[in-house]
Write a new protein. Structure first.
Length: 397
């Protein structure tokens, strides 16, 4: 299928990692067949403990070091991650990165610290799995990109955009590449989820620690909900649209007062314009009292693919799809549905470990940067209340 009929970029296709063969341990090269990847966790908060646990459970790794500035977070890691009580604990990230025999590092620190810790991990010549997004602002993303240019090309650098490694998302990519939905014209991301709004915020931590402990509630340290949370869906839109958007416009604001922090939106609707005339919509609502609707859609001239963390659906004009009556809401366009067999984070972790053991280095810094830039572009659009271009965004850092 030509690029004209399918705007999937070669870079995005490679980023999905679909060509990485899973070999038996005795076939692996680069590492001895019975060896393990020695890794460490930098940042043992909730996400660091979750992904770190999955890395341990992979079975081809050994956790040798953990690092956090707060003792209670280190203690939590030791109780929640198997065998972590045998790992060396650090409070300084440079000392952590100098730990003997450390092959790879999971960076799960607050978003605004990703550039600092990413740079340090590159200097230390480690394989890197960095949580998303790349940074909290334009300057930080550029800093990550600059550091990646100095990285050892034999090292894998992967970011926590897990959809890129999901079998269901990769099947959706295959459907698009094979022309099953025709020419891609429009992409959508729905990021609708959250607990009820907080009305009375009580922090258990000393005042001096609160901003860093609750970093996700501050624009400076997280980038805000569009950047820190919705970047997943924005990345998928970039993937299937064929690259980063050229411009964006949109609306956003607060439905509920902010009890703590300085979020300036809890709902936003962003329209993106991509190369080749592809359009994109990000529809995001927070504080939904538990309701969740997180998915992406890729529309083409001959069908639609709907993607999520638990399924992929392929729709098209098959058979007689007309409603029997105005009240008949039966979905007759569904051609195929596949359900996910496991958490897509597990699939992302497997890809990371396999790429190291098989000596097949993988670099996705540019893709992570593009997703973060696109999220920042959307945020700037609703803040300015006008159309903004990527070129205008780039002047901010």
């Amino acid at each position: 299928m030509s690029n004209r009929s399918n705007p999937m970029s070669r870079r995005a296709t490679l980023a999905a990692g679909s060509s990485l063969l899973i070999l038996r341990p005795e076939q692996a090269f680069g590492y001895p067949a019975n060896s393990a990847v020695n890794f460490g966790i930098l940042g043992t908060g909730g996400r660091g403990r979750y992904v770190g646990r999955e890395m341990v459970l992979d079975g081809r790794t050994q956790l040798v070091a953990i690092c956090d500035i707060y003792p209670d977070r280190l203690d939590a890691a030791k109780t929640q991650i198997p065998k972590s009580d045998q790992a060396k604990a650090y409070k300084n990230h440079e000392e952590f990165l100098n730990h003997p025999d450390l092959d790879a590092v999971l960076i799960a620190t607050p978003v605004h610290l990703h550039p600092l810790h990413f740079e340090a991990a590159v200097r230390a010549n480690k394989h890197i799995y960095c949580e998303k997004p790349a940074a909290a602002d334009v300057a930080g993303v550029k800093r990550v990109l600059k550091a990646s240019q100095k990285a050892n090309p034999s090292k894998t650098i992967q970011f926590g955009f897990q959809q890129r490694f999901s079998k269901e998302y990769l099947y959706g990519e295959q459907l698009v590449k094979e022309g099953k939905i025709g020419k891609v014209t429009h992409v959508e991301s729905y990021w609708i989820l959250g607990n009820p709004p907080v009305t009375n915020f009580q922090s258990p931590y000393p005042e001096a620690e609160r901003k860093i402990r609750h970093w996700n509630l501050w624009m400076e340290t997280s980038g805000g909900p569009l950047v820190e949370q919705d970047c997943h869906g924005v990345d998928v839109m970039n993937w299937f649209a064929g690259g980063a958007p050229l411009k964006a416009y949109g609306t956003g604001g607060l439905r509920y007062p902010v009890a703590y922090g300085d979020w300036n939106t809890d709902h936003h609707n962003i329209s993106y314009i991509y190369p080749n005339g592809v359009t994109g919509w990000l529809i995001s609502v927070k504080h939904t009292a538990g309701f969740r609707d997180v998915k992406e859609r890729v529309y083409g001239s001959q069908g639609m693919v709907e993607l999520s963390r638990v399924y992929v659906k392929w729709h098209g004009p098959q058979g007689d799809y007309r409603f029997k009556s105005a009240d008949n809401l039966s979905d007759r366009s569904l051609i195929e549905m596949r359900e996910s067999k496991q958490d897509i984070t597990v699939e992302a972790v497997k890809h990371f470990v396999t790429s190291i053991l098989e000596n097949k280095p993988f670099q996705m810094t540019q893709l992570a940067a593009d997703a973060t830039f696109a999220a920042l572009l959307g945020r700037l659009a609703y803040e300015k209340k006008r159309e903004v271009t990527m070129a205008e965004l780039m002047k901010l850092g």
